[in-house]
Design a protein around this ligand. Structure first.
Ligand SMILES: [Zn+2]
Length: 86
């Protein structure tokens, strides 16, 4: 008769699951809130060909590597979003 092994793999596995001291997760830095986000700006729609929208909402904007801005806008007229790099 072969009884269960005194050192059962299950126990070892359970020890491996012992709660470890949790490292504090560093929350990702929130993107800097652009004070202009949500503003309606006079930017001609580039999201859809033929759209004559002249105003768009700034969705977000961030510095691009070239020193300009990479911005996302949403056209108020047709609702399509588009990027502008400056
Ligand atoms: Zn549009």
């Amino acid at each position: 008769m072969t009884g269960p092994d005194p050192v059962r793999p299950g126990i070892v596995a359970a020890e491996g699951l012992m709660p470890k001291p949790k490292r504090k997760k560093v929350p990702p830095k929130p993107a800097p809130v652009d004070k202009d986000a949500g503003k309606v700006v006079w930017i001609k729609c580039r999201g859809r060909a033929g759209c004559e929208g002249q105003q768009s909402t700034l969705v977000w904007r961030k510095r691009s590597e070239g020193g300009g801005f990479n911005a996302r806008y949403k056209c108020l007229t047709c609702g399509s979003a588009f990027h502008i790099n400056t």
